[in-house]
Design a protein around this ligand. Structure first.
Ligand SMILES: NC(=O)c1ccc[n+]([C@@H]2O[C@H](COP(=O)([O-])OP(=O)(O)OC[C@H]3O[C@@H](n4cnc5c(N)ncnc54)[C@H](OP(=O)(O)O)[C@@H]3O)[C@@H](O)[C@H]2O)c1
Length: 269
């Protein structure tokens, strides 16, 4: 299935690889015999997970504890992988916010921008350049359904994810010239700690949570084949309606109504 190791090389790096979708990707790749670099802040969770993967699959797992909400965090990660060839990169770590944009602190907005946008951008630039010079490699960018529509009350998260989707779509074409496959994974609600922490009742939005494994499989299966992976038929329909069928103004107004219903009117946390 996928033959990712044969196509791209032995090592994959996943940021946010200790939990949720990142951990599901790690499990699939380890089962395929790929060595892993897993990045997150909490080293205890990373170490425990690495132990599980090495015991089960006899692969090497390098864990890096770094805060990617700081520019220094991305630099640390890059210098820690200088001695290996990262053949598959998945910059997956991100956080979301909810509430009035103007009521978020500068610190919150800046660290979100660093983690959700600047860190993936920097990792793709640096590791993508090495892949390009080798003439092979793959990058799976992790956007969200949120990147396909304006999201009032989640404005910064939606804007970050729109950047990732736009960057990935362009690089999907551009990096083909260099032998590197780039795809964008845009999950809808997925059963992870992040989704649980939003306080949003997704069923009231007419949406069903998918498992991290289903989402991870959808992303990996797109590599080398499709620009976009939107797991789940309902999610694909929602992306199409919000980005193609409706004007941006109508999509924004509809999202507000959906969020109001799904949070019993508590648009802010
Ligand atoms: N869950 C959903 O419904 C959903 C929907 C659409 C898109 N997505 C996207 O999918 C990706 C994964 O989300 P998830 O739901 O799987 O998240 P999750 O379960 O909350 O996991 C987040 C991961 O990122 C790490 N992380 C968080 N802040 C970090 C920081 N400052 N520096 C380094 N690592 C950090 C976390 O570990 P530490 O806390 O130890 O750092 C953890 O490994 C994200 O890009 C998210 O936007 C998720």
């Amino acid at each position: 299935m996928f033959n990712l190791k044969q196509r791209y090389g032995e090592w994959a790096m996943i940021t946010g690889g200790s939990s949720g979708i990142g951990a599901a990707l790690a499990r699939i790749l380890a089962a395929q015999g790929m060595h892993l670099v897993l990045v997150a802040r909490r080293s205890d969770a990373l170490i425990a997970f690495a132990g599980e993967l090495t015991r089960k699959h006899r692969v090497q797992v390098r864990v890096l504890s770094a805060d990617l909400a700081t520019a220094e965090g991305s630099r640390q990660v890059l210098s820690a992988v200088e001695d290996i060839e990262v053949g598959l990169l998945v910059p997956c770590a991100a956080v979301e916010e909810r509430g009035y944009f103007v009521e978020c602190s500068n610190y919150q907005l800046e660290s979100m921008l660093q983690l959700n946008v600047a860190s993936p951008m920097m990792l793709v630039r640096r590791l993508g350049a090495k892949m390009a010079s080798r003439g092979r490699g793959a990058i799976l960018l992790v956007s969200s359904l949120s990147g396909w529509m304006p999201q009032p009350y989640m404005a910064q998260y939606g804007a970050c994810k729109a950047y990732i989707a736009a960057l990935g779509a362009a690089l999907h074409v551009e990096m083909k010239d260099k032998g590197v496959d780039v795809s964008v994974l845009s999950p809808g609600p997925t059963d992870t700690p992040m989704a649980a922490g939003t306080g949003i009742d997704f069923a009231k939005m007419g949406m069903t949570k998918m498992t991290p494994h289903e989402v991870a499989m959808s992303g990996l299966s797109a590599l080398g084949r499709r620009m976009d992976a939107i797991p789940g038929g309902k999610n694909r329909l929602m992306a199409w309606m919000m980005s193609r069928l409706m004007s941006r103004a109508r999509a924004a107004a509809l999202f507000k109504r959906m969020l109001q219903r799904a949070t019993s009117g508590r648009l802010s946390r």
